[in-house]
Design a protein around this ligand. Structure first.
Ligand code: G3P
Ligand code: CA
Length: 240
């Protein structure tokens, strides 16, 4: 079971910052999950919400600011700014870092709903190719259209469909028919039966966001592909 640090090591460090990404790699996470939006000048930036308020304290949305402006804004509010200046990173900065860690992988979540950023898929793929990291990426999205679009661009990266808050049944055949590699369900929506049906149909499962040790143990028993967690340290301690 791969351990994937959700927004980096976000249980301890400010989410979606280079500090949280570096710490996740340092403690031995297999992969990192992050979220992307586009800036005013069309640059791919790493941040979860469209609105800046929760992580930075500022008003406005990502697309109100240029990359240069966003890179001067600290995203430490979720940890009460206790780590000092932790700027909003660009995807370019992140990928330059990961190019030095090619034994690790990244789950890039394309945030394309409800806001849709024209060509976010093209811009993301261009950067991933620039750093020769296509083999190290899983693209995911709640938006089926975004997954279809990144596939149509001819990427060799794997893809995963995100799902939340809906009653699950065995949709493995649909996911396979769409050429999608993984299903990314919310842990809370899963049952033993659902998990088995996906794995029996050879659809990989990366489950989020699993933060409690007891739940991590359940995931281990299911033999899923990946566990997405804010606390990769806890997952490492029970899985290895
Ligand atoms: O990739 C799993 C998870 O990140 C999806 O939800 O809201 O944390 O981006 P959210
Ligand atoms: Ca996400």
């Amino acid at each position: 079971m791969k351990i994937i640090a959700h927004r980096g090591f976000s249980g301890v460090y400010p989410e979606n910052t280079m500090l949280a990404f570096r710490k996740a790699i340092e403690i031995g996470a297999d992969g990192i999950e992050l979220d992307v939006h586009l800036s005013k000048d069309g640059q791919v930036m790493i941040i979860h919400d469209e609105a800046l308020k929760r992580t930075t304290g500022l008003d406005g949305v990502v697309s109100d600011y240029t990359r240069a402006e966003l890179e001067k804004i600290s995203a430490g509010k979720t940890k009460n700014d206790e780590f000092g200046f932790t700027p909003i990173p660009s995807l370019e900065e992140y990928l330059a870092f990961m190019a030095e860690h090619k034994d690790k992988f990244t789950n890039i979540e394309l945030k394309t709903a409800p806001v849709y950023y024209p060509e976010i898929e093209e811009k993301t793929l261009e950067l991933v190719r620039k750093f020769d990291l296509e083999k190290n990426i899983i693209y995911s999205s709640f938006n089926w259209l975004s997954i279809e679009r990144i596939q149509r661009l001819g990427t060799i990266s794997e893809t995963g469909l995100l799902f939340s808050g809906m009653k699950l049944y065995n949709q493995a055949h649909i996911i396979k028919a769409l050429g999608i590699n993984y299903f990314h369900p919310d842990f809370n929506d899963l049952t033993d039966e659902i998990v088995k049906s996906y794995l029996d149909n050879k659809v990989g499962l990366n489950v989020w966001t699993v933060n409690e040790i007891e739940d991590m143990k359940v995931c281990l028993s299911w033999n899923i592909d990946g566990l997405i967690t804010n606390f990769p340290d806890r997952a490492i301690s029970i899985a290895r």
